[in-house]
Design a protein around this ligand. Structure first.
Ligand code: THU
Length: 130
């Protein structure tokens, strides 16, 4: 199964009663295993979590801390861009050259990388004086 197919399938399980905007994400760990996530909203709106965060949490819970591929899909007019926070979360576990596929349920697709999504990222080297 392709990573995008995994993201498309899991998107059906998104819990998005407030925005109605269902998002599915899948990440492939270095082992090759696919981890899936969906957005999980809450009546206290800021407590909601993004699909990417869910997929990353599933990967880490399974004992992996390196991702090598990412796919995100939603029913949007253009391929859905991860929010700023999710870009930083992806960068925590993936190298800058990790491929990221952004897609729409209608079939549009944009291929990018973690590095292109978050240029100039804050990383551990910025704390080298501590
Ligand atoms: N959302 C994601 O899950 N991932 C993204 O990349 C963009 C936004 C969710 C958060 C919220 O549940 C809904 O989409 C609308 O912002």
């Amino acid at each position: 199964m392709s990573l995008l197919d995994a993201a498309r399938d899991v998107r059906e399980n998104a819990y998005a009663p407030y925005s109605k905007f269902k998002v599915g994400a899948a990440v492939r760990g270095a082992s090759g295993t696919i981890y899936r996530g969906v957005n999980v909203e809450n009546v206290a709106y800021p407590e909601g979590t993004c699909a990417e965060a869910g997929a990353i949490a599933a990967m880490v819970a399974a004992g992996e801390t390196e991702l090598v591929e990412v796919a995100v899909i939603a029913d949007s007019p253009a391929p859905v861009p991860p929010c700023g926070g999710c870009r930083q979360k992806l960068a925590e576990f993936g190298r800058a050259d990790v491929p990221v596929t952004l897609a729409t349920t209608a079939g549009a697709r944009l291929d990018t990388t973690i590095g292109d999504l978050l240029p100039g990222r804050f990383d551990a080297s910025h704390m080298d004086n501590v």
